[in-house]
Design a protein around this ligand. Structure first.
Ligand SMILES: Nc1ncnc2c1ncn2[C@@H]1O[C@H](COP(=O)(O)OP(=O)(O)OP(=O)(O)O)[C@@H](O)[C@H]1O
Length: 671
């Protein structure tokens, strides 16, 4: 610490300023011309956010038309009642108005209280003095009233002479009658009834936001600590956007985590309040508040429902809308998707939006297996090279064959990509749009959709192992896997699959556990909560992660006619079914295979070696299998991971005794 003595004249004291360390702030200087011309401040857009894109404009018009139409009809149906009220109140109002003018003209109010006091005190002298004052004031007022009457009469005559049509007179009379009725009605009895039963949310104000954030107890003590950068609170789509900065080091996610409390503080339903991290820094919040809860809003038109729609899985395509009614898009290539939610949450239709994107890409092969058995995708069956529906053995084994085919296809495609790379056609070692479109390249995109996939995994545990490998290997090879399930617990959908699927869409779920099973541990705490949605009512709404910014998305839901038109358009684009049906793949038994690859005299084998041997034995089934996958698959049969001697070292693997014991257990159970 240094003490800086500063010299002043005699009348001043010496001030000792404390300074810690050296000077760090840049010296103040005037702005130069160069500073001014190089300013890059963000300019505020000329067109307001609510009118900037066609969807927002349509939403505003739709809302205004809906609201205006309802209000007009409401009042129209009650017009006889209003007419009766007007008939009663208008004469009363006319009388009140005339009396008020007269009372003013005679100066009735002039020192009224004083005169009353003088009268009560029996003081005629004072009373007369006060009354003379009243008379004096009143004299001039009669002139004003007289002049006003003459002016009015002259105006009426003038208007008549100028040729006012009768409708004009009627309009003036109606206006006067309504004015009189308004003046004559009792203060607590409005002439028109209220259109809404509760106070409709019409405007988000800075005060509401500040008070709500202070009430969250996240460290904001004073409402004034919240600042709103330009353009302040404004309309954005069908709602209001408030962008605000939190004070100090408080991050926006603390507000997101308390979305429920924020909604409570604003006195609004949770799905009307949508906080997000703002664009400028982590302490900025973009709070969007809809005019209505999102579950009650309509949905903009889906671009893929157009007559000329055509997609490419390599480009972003819309599949849903967010809370602000903005389309949400995804690039299907290199993407695997897990869709979860309770019955009636809209999983099948959500999966269908992705299938629609694939269907409208004429190079993409479709394979769909639905294990609900209600034929949600039946209309798409003619577009599919493989289609299965039901929970019978045939449908389930077809589902398994699809995965086995995909795994074998990964192997074949790996070879094809290698050759393409050698030719310089696949520099990054993955499928490109050109390769995918090239006839005979064998690298066209494949879209595999398995609805209610837990049925398949429960019936064929090995299908789950294969699906995991397809999810891992197929991405770069143009194989897209979409899994929809009601239950995502470890028995129904193994965690390994959930882990390697990046895009997860959680529709309505019952609680935090289910929410996190689909979206990943900690999602609920980070504010990604699909529990706010109710099945049926909020069908199609869900929280999506791994597709850009995490947030709420509602799937597009075309009506049956539009859905049929989309399928017809896809059929027209394709001309023929792309790809071939899967062949029946011989079911393999990993336990038996593991025992078969043990060499005579071997007491055990490390997991990595076992994985290699299995891949050699049946490449169509085990290609790409890893040591961990083999360990986890065999653990289901009760095979332990034990030390196996390799040379002088002990390495974890499967022992013959453990494999045999597992086989015996199985045989006993089968009996
Ligand atoms: N985006 C949406 N908008 C409006 N309604 C929807 C939407 N998606 C689905 N629905 C409605 O929800 C109902 C249930 O949808 P769906 O069959 O996809 O649910 P699910 O989760 O697959 O149900 P289950 O588990 O019982 O099979 C549909 O019949 C439809 O009426």
């Amino acid at each position: 610490m240094t003490t800086l003595p500063i010299e002043y004249d005699d009348e001043r004291h010496i001030i000792e300023a404390d300074q810690v360390g050296g000077a760090v702030d840049p010296a103040d200087r005037r702005a130069t011309f160069a500073d001014v011309v190089s300013r890059t401040d963000a300019r505020r857009p000329i067109v307001p956010a609510a009118l900037r894109n066609p969807d927002a404009r349509r939403a505003l018009v739709r809302w205004s038309a809906g609201y205006g139409g309802h209000t007009a009809l409401y009042h129209l149906t009650r017009s006889p009642k209003y007419a009766a009220k007007v008939a009663v109140y208008a004469p009363r109002g006319a009388w009140r108005a005339s009396a008020a003018v007269l009372w003013w003209a005679v100066g009735g109010r002039e020192n009224f209280q004083l005169r009353q006091e003088a009268a009560s005190k029996n003081d005629p002298h004072t009373w007369q003095q006060l009354d003379r004052r009243r008379e004096k004031a009143s004299g001039a007022r009669w002139w004003v009233v007289g002049a006003a009457v003459v002016l009015l009469a002259a105006l009426l005559v003038g208007v008549e002479v100028a040729g006012m049509p009768p409708v004009g007179w009627w309009a003036a009379v109606v206006g006067l009658v309504l004015l009189a009725a308004h003046y004559g009605r009792p203060a607590d009895k409005p002439i028109v009834d209220r259109v809404t039963t509760k106070a409709a949310f019409t405007k988000l104000t800075g005060e509401m936001v500040r008070n709500a954030v202070v009430a969250l107890s996240i460290g904001v003590k004073e409402p004034g600590q919240i600042t709103f950068p330009p353009p302040g609170i404004h309309k954005d789509g069908p709602g209001w956007l408030a962008r605000f900065n939190l004070p100090g080091a408080i991050v926006a996610t603390t507000v997101l985590e308390k979305r429920d409390n924020l909604a409570a503080a604003l006195r609004l339903p949770v799905d009307q309040v949508w906080p997000e991290v703002g664009p400028d820094h982590p302490g900025q919040v973009d709070l969007w508040v809809g005019y209505q809860p999102s579950s009650k809003m309509g949905q903009p038109r889906w671009a893929l429902a157009g007559d000329t729609a055509r997609t490419s899985i390599f480009e972003p395509q819309p599949f849903g809308t967010d809370a602000r009614q903005r389309p949400v898009s995804t690039v299907l290539f290199e993407r695997n998707v897990l869709i979860g939610g309770q019955p009636g949450s809209g999983k099948s239709y959500a999966a269908r939006t992705l299938a629609t994107i694939a269907a409208l890409d004429p190079t993409c092969e479709l394979k769909i297996a639905e294990f609900k058995g209600t034929g949600d995708f039946l209309d798409m069956a003619p577009l599919c090279s493989t289609y299965a529906c039901g929970v019978d053995d045939e449908a389930l084994s077809t589902g398994r064959d699809v995965i086995a085919w995909a795994l074998a296809e990964c192997e074949r495609r790996g070879e094809r990509i290698k050759r393409a790379r050698e030719r310089g056609e696949a520099p990054l070692g993955k499928v490109t749009p050109e390769l995918a479109a090239k006839r005979g390249s064998g690298l066209h995109p494949v879209f595999i959709l398995l609805d209610e996939v837990h049925e398949l995994f429960l019936a064929y545990p090995d299908a789950a192992d294969m699906a995991e490998r397809v999810a891992k290997r197929g991405r770069a090879l143009g194989i897209i896997l979409v899994l929809a399930t009601q239950i995502a617990d470890r028995d129904s959908v193994p965690p390994n699959i959930t882990r390697c699927v990046v895009t997860r869409w959680c529709l309505s779920v019952g609680g935090q556990v289910e929410n996190d099973m689909i979206l990943g541990t900690g999602a609920y705490k980070r504010g990604l909560t699909a529990t706010v949605y109710q099945p049926g009512v909020d069908a199609g709404w869900g929280v999506i992660t791994g597709n850009g910014k995490a947030g709420s998305v509602r799937s597009f839901f075309p009506d049956p006619k539009t859905a049929a038109a989309i399928v017809a358009r896809a059929a027209q684009l394709r001309g023929q079914v792309i790809g071939e049906d899967v062949e029946r793949v011989e079911a393999r038994d990993m336990l038996a295979d593991a025992r078969a690859v043990l060499r005579p005299g071997e007491s055990g084998v490390p997991w990595a070696v076992l994985a290699e041997r299995l891949a050699e034995l049946a490449p169509e089934m085990y290609a790409g299998i890893t040591a961990d996958m083999v360990r986890e698959s065999l653990a289901r049969y009760g095979v332990d991971s034990q030390d196996v001697k390799v040379g002088r070292k002990n390495i974890k693997g499967a022992r013959r005794t453990s494999l045999d014991a597992a086989q015996q257990r199985r045989e006993i159970e089968a009996e």
